[in-house]
Design a protein around this ligand. Structure first.
Ligand code: ZN
Length: 329
């Protein structure tokens, strides 16, 4: 996936690498959903590649690149909270120490990603501090944090800060509409909710405005429908009083978020409330991309049909979309 707004910070690190000025530790900060973790993973792959191009791209075929793809590169350590939402504990930071007690397997670097670094408790942070005070040769430690101010000042003072700024709305909407093949106009309806960061489509979806209620209702109904709890024609009746334009926009949004979850293999960057998150994950595991793109096409066609033809009944369109959604591929 091409994330054009990451090119500039990557260029800074490319120059640092070429000029031998790469730091041992970086705090990679920026708003949620801007792609900080993806950025660090890309950087790690490039640094670890033993045959990288001058343009700072991984070759994709050396043993380092292939083990990276299989998530088994021994020169990369990924630290994240042990049990989902908890802390990064001291044993995990001790593992970082252990990791650096061996030389790199393939190239000259050994890279640790700590995501999110603000999950370290005081003991873990102090243990990391010891490593940062005497950084091992070839170590590049990336601390990923949306709120770097929450890290210990002693940690901050030993890392270089690399901030990934939020792209402007035009750049976000151009990227999203291309990535998801949806119309920029339908994205514009959700400017406020999208604007946290390109990868974070719905930061404020769980605030309680009308759009949210419709979003939640639709999401719940799509899960019931997919489980076979209800029939499409019965579910369609729930939307008799909904304005058709709002229905189509919201349906498109649910499908787009599900697609985004598929692209990322998980809904990792979506700040949905827990129940919505689980439903999106469920849908992303149940449906294929091709099916979801088909539904987006159907929504577009329905919009055109409504514009062109006077006699079209909103209810028929709603029914057709639900039926198509559960129809076998
Ligand atoms: Zn390579």
């Amino acid at each position: 996936m091409d994330l054009p707004w990451l090119n500039e910070p990557m260029e800074l690190l490319r120059q640092d690498t070429i000029e031998g000025r790469l730091a041992h530790a970086y705090i990679v900060s920026g708003p949620s959903g801007v792609g900080k973790t993806l950025f660090c993973q890309r950087l790690a792959k490039i640094l670890l590649c033993t045959n990288k191009s001058e343009a700072f791209s991984p070759c994709g075929s050396c043993v380092s690149c292939s083990t990276f793809e299989n998530e088994s590169n021994p020169d990369l350590l990924h630290i994240y909270p042990a049990n989902g939402g908890g802390n990064i504990n001291i044993d995990q930071i001790r593992a970082v120490n252990e990791f650096y007690s061996y030389k790199p397997h393939y190239g000259t670097y050994k890279i640790t990603l700590i995501v999110p670094a603000t999950s370290m408790n005081t003991n873990s942070a102090n243990a990391l501090l010891k490593i940062l005070e005497e950084p091992p040769r070839g170590a590049v430690i990336m601390l990923i944090a949306s709120s770097p101010g929450h890290l210990l000042p002693t940690i901050r003072s030993r890392c270089l800060n690399l901030r990934i700024p939020k792209p402007d709305w035009d750049a976000i909407s151009a990227w999203l509409s291309e990535e998801l093949s949806i119309s920029p106009s339908s994205l514009n309806n959700h400017t406020a909710t999208l604007y946290g960061g390109p990868l974070e489509i719905l930061k404020s979806i769980d605030s309680d405005n009308d759009q949210t209620s419709l979003f939640d209702a639709l999401l719940a109904d799509l899960v019931s429908l997919s489980n076979g709890t209800y029939y499409a024609v019965d579910i369609a009746k729930n939307y008799g009083g909904t304005e058709i334009k709002e229905f189509l926009d919201t349906f498109e949004l649910v499908v787009s978020i599900t697609l985004l979850a598929i692209f990322h293999h998980t809904a990792i960057n979506l700040k949905l409330c827990k129940t919505s998150f689980e439903k999106i994950v469920f849908l992303s595991e149940k449906y294929r991309k091709s099916k979801l793109f088909e539904i987006i096409d159907l929504i577009k066609t329905s919009r055109e049909l409504l514009l062109r033809s006077q006699g079209v009944r909103a209810h028929d369109i709603i029914e057709e979309i639900f039926i198509s959604f559960v129809a076998s591929e």
